[in-house]
Ligand binder design. Structure first.
Ligand code: GN1
Ligand code: MG
Length: 361
């Protein structure tokens, strides 16, 4: 990892967190995540994570931080060891975040002896990760849903994303619409499934719960040695929502063969063994809370999230890459194609996935 002395702005920010303000803090950028700006701080008191919140995306940072503080307090009461819950580092004024020059910064203790995976290396790792996210849901199942703020309205509403996509196509701001007609057609072929999922949410058939909402594989820290799930991270989107979106997001990321932005999207598919591991781990951890309606969606919710994410990436591609961070031209389009390949692959294996849910449920 490359360490360097902090820039002037970062030094100013660091000075506002007394715990790591010892004059010798080393800073390194952590390039994962598409939204926030993340750094690792190494200083005499240990290692920490410092993060600048993207306030375009999170327009009410106070609410985001309120949710995180409340959820962490609740989780800490149930944890078996301190490593299991993110711990905020207080600012000089004793607050959970710092608002400076229009930006919002917060810091966490580093979770020691753990690592994350962008791409699943084995079924065992996927099972652990799924168990970790499942325990997160179970431990929060008695948390009062209405006490959390809705920080991003309609965050998992594919119909709303569909409208934004149609607007982006019509506007065609950066002249990319002509080349994506095939992807558009494929996205709209999932219309009835998307509507069915929204119907189940709106009718109350699916319970409104406290959920994570961004359960991709690399948002759970696993013990470096044992591979066991230790701590769920990236709590910015914790808010009222639906369990099937968490399982769907986990499945679309953890069972995907290849990277999320693989330019060779024709190589992407959903691995059956990894799917089985995800079902096994998640059901093990959530057996006491899962309803039969939620269970009935487990084999298909990955398709919904993949299509939803394909729409979000495509909208951003058409708008000129302003939401998801990109490091190269065409990256968002590659992301679209990977999600569509995943949706296709999961659809083809529906029957088999249904059997797996029955077997472990
Ligand atoms: C964003 O920044 P990151 O990687 O944690 C996005 C998620 C997407 C994900 C796709 C607030 O999360 O919804 O699933 O990218 N977060 C937000 O990789 O939009
Ligand atoms: Mg995130």
């Amino acid at each position: 990892m490359q360490h360097s002395s902090p820039s002037a702005l970062l030094s100013e920010i660091i000075a506002q967190f007394p715990l790591f303000n010892d004059g010798n803090a080393l800073v390194s950028r952590i390039p994962t995540g598409h939204i926030n700006e993340t750094y690792r701080i190494d200083c005499q008191r240990g290692a920490f994570i410092l993060q600048g919140l993207n306030t375009q995306v999170f327009q009410n940072p106070e609410d985001v931080m309120h949710n995180i503080v409340k959820v962490c307090e609740h989780l800490a009461r149930k944890a078996k060891s301190p490593r299991e819950v993110l711990r905020l580092v207080p600012t000089i004024t004793g607050d959970s975040f710092l608002a400076a020059q229009g930006a919002v910064w917060r810091a966490f203790y580093f979770v020691e002896d753990c690592r994350t995976y962008d791409v699943a290396p084995s079924p065992a790792i996927v099972q652990s990760a799924a168990y970790g996210f499942g325990m997160f849901a179970t431990r929060l199942s008695d948390f009062e849903v209405s006490s959390l703020a809705v920080t991003i309205p309609h965050f998992h509403d594919p119909i709303v994303y569909q409208k934004s996509l149609q607007e982006a196509v019509a506007e065609d701001r950066v002249h990319r619409a002509e080349a994506i007609q095939e992807e558009l057609g494929e996205i709209f072929s999932y219309q009835s499934l998307l509507e069915e999922s929204m119907g189940a949410k709106a009718s109350g058939a699916l319970a409104l719960r406290v959920v994570h909402n961004d359960t991709k594989l690399n948002n759970v820290m696993l013990d470096e040695v044992s591979g066991e799930a230790v701590c769920v991270i990236d709590l910015d989107t914790v808010m009222p929502g639906f369990l099937i979106d968490d399982f769907g997001d986990l499945v679309r990321s953890a069972t995907c063969v290849g990277a999320e932005d693989n330019p060779h999207h024709e190589q992407t598919f959903c691995d059956k063994e990894l799917f089985e591991a995800a079902v096994k781990g998640y059901l093990q951890a959530t057996s006491s809370i899962l309803t039969s309606t939620e269970k009935s969606w487990l084999s298909r919710c990955g398709i919904v999230i993949s299509v939803e994410l394909a729409m979000r990436f495509l909208t951003d591609y058409l708008n000129g890459d302003t939401y998801f961070q990109v490091t190269r031209e065409g990256q968002n389009l590659d992301r679209v194609r990977v999600q569509l390949a995943m949706a296709r692959s999961m659809s083809e294996q529906q029957g088999c996935f249904d059997e797996m849910v029955k077997q472990y449920g």
